[in-house]
Ligand binder design. Sequence first.
Ligand code: D61
Ligand code: MG
Length: 433
Amino acid sequence: MGKLTDALDHPEEIWPLVQMYAAARKAKAQTRGSPDWDFCYSLLNAVSRSFSIVIQQLPPQLRDAVCIFYLVLRALDTIEDDMTIPVDVKVPELVKFHTRLRDREWKYVCGEKDYRRLMLNYPLVTQAFLQLDSVHQEVITDIARRMGKGMAEFIERDVETVQDYDLYCHYVAGLTGLGLVHLFKASRLEHGDLPDDLANSMGLFLQKTNIIRDYLEDINEEPAPRMFWPKEIWGKYGRVLEDFKDPANSAAAVQCLNHLVLNVMRHAVRSLEFLSRLQDIQVFRFCAIPQVMAIGTLAECFNNPQVFTGVVKMRRGETAKYMVSINSMRNVYLAFAHFACIMIKKCNGPAQNDPHATELHVVLNEVLERCGEGLNVQPAKLQADGLRGILGKAATRPAIALSSIVLILASVVTLLVVYGILADLWRSSQQYN
Ligand code: D61
Ligand code: MG
């Protein structure tokens, strides 16, 4: 029901939804007829819808390497996340993981559902990994080694300080950014200056957004919760993290949430800088789409008590709209400005008494300024437009026209079907007469 009313409320999202659905179907239907690669791509599809779509639109010389990079790190992460593995078993397993990459027999049964399927069939991933260029293999092995070591470090201690938080996110996501840059360069698709610090910010922006959004899921995790919110921040708002689940503590919980949103938004300008340096359009889309989804998710989460009672996500249609329209830096600036404006509006309205509203406002203005520079318009003008939803009006204009066509076609099809039924009825009534 929600889907239909959403579509009627946002008709401009219908065509992007159709395009996404078609792209997903096409991706699923593609087979190479070799069990290793077919397994790898079907698992990628099953485990991550959004990364699967952006990975599959990469150029061929990069697509396979990034797909395997994803699955290798997903396997490592499945070991990290499995709370039934005893610490003294898990730590050495994470540290040694990179040495398993060339072992055609190795598997480690853990995780659940599709993650378990990945671990059970890991030899198929290894078989595909060993077919990659040796440079790609080396990059993946190096990142898996550093990530495993970092994950092991945080199995034995908690994320306490903001510095710990940045370090943990560097290990699990920032390193992925560094590895991807190496893969882009090794495939000769990117030649520019993409320093580690900028690539790291790309990962931190995605990872911190997930950590903020997944509060409830992580705290309810069985058999034991696994939390990454830094105590240096949440300790200012509560005695224990579980307290935020209680609606009686909603005000303090939301202040804590807003403090974390301020913390992650400090990465936004650097991530725009990274994106503006990319040269290949497919690599650009692969990198930009997740960043736009992240700032969209943050705009939804900011000052929203529902983070503590359920899942806060962008609408599927909105996700689809951005997936199809992010094909230039201009549209990234427009999207970032749009979501920054949504947050500025909250800073001036419902969140105006928040202890960090002023600081967040400053950071959001820096994002707007950067977008203004990129677009060659005054940030003030951007703000006036931003509140009306610039991307919805300018960048997706063809999508709106096309969605009207879809609606018209749908009406025509309906009429034809109704006409067919009536004609059948008439014919059968003629027979019996
Ligand atoms: C450009 C494009 C994609 C990028 C990027 C730059 C920089 C970094 C990243 C992707 C990585 C972002 C990770 C954000 C999602 N977080 C997780 O999945 C957590 O696990 C982290 C360890 C495994 C990383 C696996 C990964 C993810 C995305 C990739 C990739 C590898 C390889 C290529 C492309 C994209 C998280 O998972 C649980 C959850 O979020 O539900 C966790 O356990 O904390
Ligand atoms: Mg993990």
